[in-house]
Design a protein around this ligand. Structure first.
Ligand SMILES: NC(=O)c1ccc[n+]([C@@H]2O[C@H](COP(=O)([O-])OP(=O)(O)OC[C@H]3O[C@@H](n4cnc5c(N)ncnc54)[C@H](OP(=O)(O)O)[C@@H]3O)[C@@H](O)[C@H]2O)c1
Length: 265
């Protein structure tokens, strides 16, 4: 008898790599895992999604693949919509037709960011840009096609030892620069992919998931405070030889310097 299969999309991403690593260290009993790269499953190709999933017959699909270039999405909204919405629809359709389950990762960018308190899953969405709109459209595809069989996990400010993220950028810049100016008026909740990956496997193990969930590591801090924390911990761990001054800067100044206008709500 073979164990039920979990298929993960987006093998080369931060979350995809973390899921693979966590599985290698501590696999779920009585499950198998396959983590697929874009060449093995390009979710933008609906025919490929159907063919690959029909061949593998997973019990659970974890969709960790996404178009994640937030700025580029503004000028390439069709690609963002293809990967983050239409492709998600194709996965949801397969899941519904084959009595499988779907865990899909979404983002705080589905909100307009004006709330002064943490968002709850049932709060009104209102994305400001193409990336957030495409991710919200993906959620809506799931709700329309496979709602009872799916969990949507919204997270924020993901970081890990893999790929590109704020922590890695800060550590590099702190090793190269004499001082840094970091935005202090954007507040968010940094989230390690390791915690998110553990949550995903726990959901599968306990078979209790349906609807929209919010997952972060729990802090509400600015990029400036996050940078300070990164430097403090890196010094303690011996990852940096010296601490550099970090100053606060408002987002509006950066946008002015870059000649960028904020996206209107
Ligand atoms: N990063 C964040 O701060 C953040 C915050 C909130 C929510 N999220 C969400 O969390 C999830 C995981 O994010 P992440 O940071 O791990 O993303 P990531 O590191 O940017 O990885 C994205 C992955 O998606 C893959 N991909 C893109 N287009 C694809 C396609 N057409 N077919 C198959 N794979 C494709 C990429 O493959 P290639 O390497 O081939 O391009 C890559 O493996 C995403 O849903 C994202 O929207 C991220």
């Amino acid at each position: 008898m073979s164990f039920p299969l979990i298929v993960v999309t987006g093998a080369t991403g931060q979350l995809g790599q973390t899921l693979a690593q966590l599985w290698a260290e501590s696999p779920l009993p009585q499950y198998q895992l396959k983590v697929l790269s874009r060449s093995e499953l390009d979710i933008a190709k609906a025919g490929m999604t159907d063919a690959v999933l029909s061949e593998l017959k997973p019990s659970v699909v974890v969709n960790a693949a996404a178009y994640t270039q937030v700025d580029k999405a503004e000028s390439d909204s069709e690609s963002a919509a293809l990967v983050n919405a239409q492709a998600v629809g194709a996965i949801a359709r397969w899941v519904a037709a084959n009595q499988a389950r779907l865990i899909h990762i979404s983002t705080d960018f589905v909100f307009d960011g004006t709330s002064k308190t943490p968002y709850s899953p049932d709060q009104q969405t209102g994305p400001l840009g193409a990336y957030g709109s495409s991710k919200l459209a993906g959620e809506q595809q799931i709700q329309a096609l496979a709602n009872e069989r799916s969990a949507i996990v919204r997270t924020s400010w993901l970081y890990s030892e893999f790929g590109n993220n704020f922590v890695k950028t800060m550590l590099r810049l702190m090793g190269e620069k004499e001082q840094l100016s970091i935005v202090n008026d954007q507040i968010g909740s940094p989230s390690s992919t390791h915690g998110l990956a553990a949550l995903i496997f726990a959901m599968i193990l306990h078979q209790r998931y349906q609807g929209i969930y919010h997952w972060t590591d729990g802090a509400s801090i600015s990029w400036f405070e996050f940078a300070q924390e990164i430097q403090g911990q890196a010094m303690q761990e011996g990852l940096l030889s010296k601490a550099i001054p970090i100053s606060r800067i408002p987002l509006s100044i950066i946008l002015l310097l870059l000649d960028v206008r904020p996206i209107a709500s």
